[in-house]
Design a protein around this ligand. Structure first.
Ligand code: ADP
Ligand code: MG
Length: 336
């Protein structure tokens, strides 16, 4: 081969390699996200993946979600929680024991504002039926006697109740925990850019393809628009909101919602419409958003400002927005 021919072929190979590399780069940036939506955990959930076209990842994530739901739900027959509540078992899986233990820690930190032993009270309320029944105060008072997280003990995989009538309800933390587990699975599968949205309980993986953080809106209560836009990133990747507009009914001009004050057994009454927690893991965000709702702004600010890597946004009944102390230093926020 002449020198000229040889140089030409090398050049040609180089050009082809360069174009393949360029193509791959462009296709990465322009890759269409894939997503799936399913009704799980009594809510519409969506998983969106930005850096893969493998729909199995979406199906598997939802499978993981359903498997956990079948363990943690208090209403699904033969779930571990249902069997614990009916005292059919006392030994549970590692995950259930772990979640109960974590919950008890949050109960201690929040002085019982978040309390998974609230089941005897939440069993009396139904926010989904059309009947709009307010339980009898005497029945609530009796049920309140069985609510006390200090009377639940976890010993390895064994769960012990000091009170025979205590009922567990993991509804205020399960979604967050499950979002975290779905994230762990997707990361193990090599996903680097995704959003897991379990009915407003949002957990992100990485950033968008353009290297911007994911922009996530906090809903304006009783409205379809956003009140605040947050930019989440690898570090503060989770935002969870507890609000009175999510599950409620109205009766005699009074609004009854699903966040219960364990002290009264009735929906927590303060001037709040919603509390959002921004954190690294969603289980923390879920437990604390419920707790802060019960605690109200002042006590919540004391709690949140004393914790590491957790920030809060409160929306009150006049749609005023309050932020925990150092939130604006850590997280990019904007108005819609
Ligand atoms: P969502 O279910 O809309 O995500 P939350 O995370 O605030 O909202 O959880 C509310 C659910 O948690 C209720 O439906 C009930 O099952 C349970 N719950 C209500 N009040 C409390 C409380 N003070 N502590 C622990 N769990 C609670
Ligand atoms: Mg919660």
């Amino acid at each position: 081969m002449s020198f000229l021919k040889k140089t030409f072929s090398i050049l040609l190979v180089f050009i082809i390699l360069c174009s393949i590399a360029a193509c791959q780069q462009t296709s990465n940036v322009e890759m269409e996200p894939i997503y799936g939506t399913e009704f799980v955990l009594n809510t519409a959930a969506t998983v969106t993946i930005y850096d893969s076209d493998n729909y199995d990842l979406i199906d598997q994530s939802f499978q993981i979600c359903r498997d956990y739901e079948n363990k943690f739900s208090k209403t699904i027959k033969d779930s571990e929680i249902e069997k614990l509540n009916s005292r059919q078992i006392s030994i549970v899986s590692d995950e259930t024991a772990e979640l109960i233990e974590t919950s008890l820690e949050f109960s201690a930190v929040t002085n019982g504002a978040f309390d998974i032993s609230i089941g005897s009270i939440t069993n009396l309320w139904d926010f989904t039926s059309e009947e709009h029944l307010v339980p009898d105060p005497n029945t609530i008072n009796t049920a309140k006697e069985f609510v006390d997280f200090r009377k639940i003990k976890v010993n390895g995989q064994e769960v012990l109740f000091e009170n025979e009538n205590t009922q567990l309800d993991l509804g205020a933390i399960a979604k967050g925990y499950i979002a975290d587990q779905m994230k762990i699975y997707l990361i193990e599968q090599g996903v680097e850019s995704a959003i897991i949205n379990l009915g407003g309980n949002v957990q992100c993986i990485g950033r968008k393809a353009d290297d911007q953080g994911f922009r996530v809106g906090i809903q304006k209560p009783f409205d379809s628009g956003s009140a605040v836009i947050l930019e989440l990133d690898e570090e503060y990747s989770s935002v969870v909101t507890s609000g009175i507009y999510q599950r409620y009914f109205e009766k005699d001009n009074e609004l009854f919602h699903h966040i219960i004050d364990p002290q009264t057994g009735f929906p927590s009454k303060n001037n709040l419409l919603s509390v959002s927690i921004i954190s690294k893991d969603s289980a923390t965000g879920d437990a604390l958003s419920t707790a802060c709702f019960v605690l109200g702004i002042e006590k919540s600010l004391n709690l949140i400002d004393g914790l590491e890597d957790v920030y809060a946004i409160f929306i009150d009944e006049n749609y005023n927005i309050f932020y925990s102390s150092s939130l604006k230093e850590k997280i990019n926020i904007s108005q819609p």
